[in-house]
Design a protein around this ligand. Structure first.
Ligand code: NIG
Ligand code: FE
Length: 429
C-alpha cells in the first residue's frame, strides 16, 4: 500500500529514535510517546505527542503506531546493485580453499560478473536493480548509494548509470549513483602496460566527462588494491573527478595496505570504505579531513577476512558508517541491520554507534546529512517503522526483520515483512 497525501501524522509512537542527541535523550536522541508530523516531503514536527501543534487545514492522513518505534529511514551508503548472474562457482571455490584474489586473477571474480552484466538487457538490469533495492526497503532503507563498475567500457558504464537512474524512478528508495569505472581492469586492459594505461586514460578522458556532462553520478569511486588500481592511478582518476565537480569515495585498504585511506583524506573524499588494513596515521588523517569510514562487515564475514576493528577507528576519532556492500562476490546481502549487528558482534562497534552508522553517519557518507539520517523539523520525511520498543532490538535477534513500513519523502508504504523479496509500489502521483 502506498499513499500520497499532503500531510501525514504518525501518532502513538512508543519510541522515536531521532538519531540527533540534541532532540532527545542519550546519543540516539530518544523521545518516548512521540508524534511525527510531515507536510509534503518534509517533517514539520517531531517530538512528544503532548507537544504536537494543532494541524491547520485538511485533516492529515493519520497512522496510529500503537507503541511501535520510528527511526530515520535507513541509509545504505555503499552498494553494487547493478549486475547480472551470480558467483556460486567462486563461492564454492573459496570454500574449497581458493582465495578471492586467486579467483580474480584467473578471470573469475569481478570479471565474470562483468561478462554476465555486459550480456544482459537494460530491462533485465533495471528489474534486478529495482528488486534488490526493494529488498533493502523491506528492512527500512529509504536511500541507497549504487555504484556502476561491472561494465568497464565507456558505453557499458554509462548504460549502468542510466539503469540506476531508471530503477530509482521506479522504486521507493532513492538511489544515489556513483561512477566506479575504475573497479578493476577489464580483460582487454590486462594484455600490456600500454593497454592498462589506455584504460585509465579512457576512464579519465572519455567516461568521467560524459558522466559529469549527463549528470549521471553524484560520486566517483576507485578500487585501489593489488590486482585492481594503484594508488597513483587512483589519484589520477579521483583528481579528474573532483575537477568535474563529483564527490569522492574510495575502496581503500580492503585486503592489503595501499595508503588509499590517506589519499581519500588528502583529496577531501566524503568517505573511504572497507579499511581493514588502513594505517593508524591514515585513519587520523581521515578524522582531520572529516572523511567518514564506511565499515562493510558483510564483506569481511563472507570472505572470512578480518572484521573492521572499531577500536582503531574510535581511537583515531574518525566517524563510522556501516553499509551492506551488496554485491555478488563479497557481500551478497540486502540486510542492513544484520550488517550493523556484525559490526557490533565482530568489530566491537557499540550499539549506539551501530544505529548511527546506518542512519546519521551513513547520510554523512553521502553528503546528505543536512537532509536526512535524523528525524527533526525541516528534515526530509524519510522514516522507518519497526515493530519494536527499543533500538537495540534491531541488533539483537539474528537475521530478524522488524520493519513494518517506511515513509519516503512524506509517503507511507507498508512493508510486508513476510514477503521481503517483493513489495509493491502503489500509485505514485
Ligand atoms: O566492495 N572491492 C571491490 N568491490 C566489491 C566486490 C565486488 C565483487 O566481488 O564483485 C567490494 O567488496
Ligand atoms: Fe564495494
Amino acid at each position: 500500500m502506498s499513499t500520497a497525501h499532503s500531510s501525514l501524522l504518525l501518532r502513538g509512537v512508543g519510541t522515536l529514535v531521532t538519531c540527533d542527541p540534541t532532540l532527545g535523550e542519550g546519543p540516539l536522541g530518544l523521545v518516548r510517546d512521540a508524534a511525527v508530523l510531515c507536510r509534503g516531503e518534509r517533517i514539520v514536527y517531531a517530538g512528544p505527542q503532548a507537544g504536537l501543534p494543532t494541524v491547520e487545514g485538511a485533516e492529515p492522513l493519520t497512522l496510529d503506531l500503537d507503541g511501535h518505534m520510528v527511526m530515520p529511514g535507513l541509509v545504505d551508503c555503499h552498494t553494487h546493485l547493478v549486475f547480472a548472474g551470480d558467483r556460486l562457482d567462486d563461492f564454492q571455490a573459496r570454500l574449497e580453499g581458493d582465495s578471492y584474489a586467486a579467483i580474480a586473477s584467473r578471470g573469475g571474480g569481478i570479471l565474470s560478473t562483468v561478462r554476465a552484466t555486459r550480456a544482459a538487457s537494460d530491462e533485465l538490469l533495471v528489474d534486478l536493480c529495482e528488486g534488490r533495492a526493494e529488498r533493502l526497503v523491506a528492512h527500512g532503507v529509504t536511500t541507497v548509494e549504487v555504484k556502476s563498475g561491472y561494465g568497464l567500457d565507456p558505453r557499458q558504464e554509462l548504460r549502468l548509470l542510466e539503469v540506476i537512474r531508471t530503477a530509482s524512478q521506479r522504486c521507493i528508495a532513492e538511489l544515489v549513483p556513483t561512477f566506479l569505472g575504475a573497479h578493476t581492469l577489464p580483460v582487454e586492459a590486462r594484455r600490456s602496460d600500454e593497454a592498462r594505461r589506455a584504460y585509465v586514460d579512457s576512464v579519465v578522458d572519455d567516461m568521467l566527462p560524459a558522466v559529469a556532462d549527463r549528470g549521471l553520478a553524484r560520486f566517483c569511486d576507485v578500487f585501489v588494491e593489488e590486482g585492481a588500481f594503484t594508488l597513483e592511478e587512483g589519484r589520477r582518476v579521483l583528481m579528474a573527478a573532483r575537477e568535474l565537480g563529483l564527490g569522492l569515495k574510495v575502496h581503500a585498504d580492503q585486503m592489503t595496505q595501499t595508503g588509499a585511506a590517506g589519499l581519500a583524506a588528502e583529496l577531501g573524499a566524503v568517505s573511504a570504505e572497507h579499511l581493514e588494513y588502513a594505517s593508524d596515521e591514515d585513519l587520523q588523517a581521515m578524522a582531520r579531513a572529516g572523511t567518514v569510514a564506511v565499515l562493510l562487515p558483510g564483506a569481511a564475514f563472507f570472505l572470512r577476512d578480518q572484521p573492521p576493528a572499531a577500536a582503531r577507528f574510535r581511537a583515531a576519532g574518525v566517524r563510522m558508517a556501516i553499509a551492506t556492500d551488496f554485491n555478488p562476490g563479497s557481500s551478497p546481502s540486502a540486510h542492513l541491520p544484520l550488517m550493523a549487528q556484525l559490526a557490533v558482534l565482530q568489530g566491537g562497534v557499540t550499539l549506539d554507534e551501530a544505529i548511527l552508522g546506518i542512519t546519521a553517519h551513513a547520510a554523512q557518507a553521502l553528503d546528505l546529512h543536512g537532509d536526512r539520517g535524523t528525524v527533526g523539523a525541516g528534515m526530509r520525511a524519510d522514516l522507518a517503522l519497526f515493530r519494536a520498543r527499543d533500538p537495540r532490538e534491531l541488533l539483537y535477534e539474528i537475521g530478524a526483520n522488524h520493519c513494518t513500513g517506511v515513509v519516503k519523502s512524506g509517503r507511507y508504504h507498508r512493508v510486508d515483512a513476510a514477503r521481503t523479496s517483493r513489495i509493491r509500489v502503489g500509485a505514485r502521483g
